[in-house]
Design a protein around this ligand. Sequence first.
Ligand code: ZN
Length: 345
Amino acid sequence: MHAACGICGGELVLRYPGSGRPLDSSLLSPTNHRPGEHPDLYRCAGCGTLQQAPLPEGAELVRMYRAMRDDAYLQEEPGRRRTARRVLDKIAPHAPRGRLLDVGCGPGLLLDEARALGFEVEGLELSRSAAAFARGRLRLTVHDVPLEEFEPDGEPFDAVVLADVLEHLADPVAALRRCRDLLAPGGVLCLVTPDPSSVTARVAGARWWGLLPAHTFLVPRATLRLLAAAEGFELVDDSSLVRSFTTAYWLGGLAERGGRMAAVVRGARRAVPRRLMLSLSLGDERVIVATRGVQVPTRPAPASGPGRAPLPPRTPAAPAVRAARARPSWRPATRSPRAGRARSE
Ligand SMILES: [Zn+2]
């Protein structure tokens, strides 16, 4: 394994031993929540990020995502649209209109909702089947390239969304940097990602739904805020995601967790109307909204090139994170007047 954390370069300690099952496209789909199928997961002693080490090669990940299909995803379309509107409601106060990019847009439900609100929308999606739906059925502009290879036409974006995406990437720090480069000054970045430092995740332990084969990095809320700050973003909102699904889907997810709860839940599934919509937050997924500062932070050139290891030591990011930590306004426990406006739910 690699000795260093992919976020801050800190020391890794084995936290959740994995199944040993090799990663393939069938394990990557968003509706796959079977517990215990993830590879070994390590926790960074420095920043608390849970991560796979070693990671699949970036090109290999891209190949698997292109082949991924998730036929169950759209069965929950009404709830997913409602959840997407909630995410857009967090963005709108800071970017009420303009160009919006959804990275990893799937079949395009968030883009479709954003377009209805008046945004000019584009998406990035590697899965061929999801991108085909977005283009064919929803008439959306979707590019099938990874974020790092995307070269947009026209003006910079007013909003960039990474909903349930950061935790799938081979290099989340590089992704934040790329988002900053794609945004206009003052533009809005919206990150939705599972929080391994949440009470729910800690209580659930090895049965937490966030521990999936597809999840390469699970970044704790405080670390995520530091990373965003280090990349020149100013936090404007930090809340817990409220998701909408049918009762059947919610209870199905709980039953999959197994244990003594599973039998009870299976009974409840038979007793409640299956299509009833239920909106709730488990408190373990954050919605972070931040605006791109005018000043771009300076840092040493990142180590890259053909000889780059699958999970390089993040020496370039480490000084930036340390520098952000040293700024009193970005200590997680201390809130600047501006950060103080961010709400916790
Ligand atoms: Zn770390």
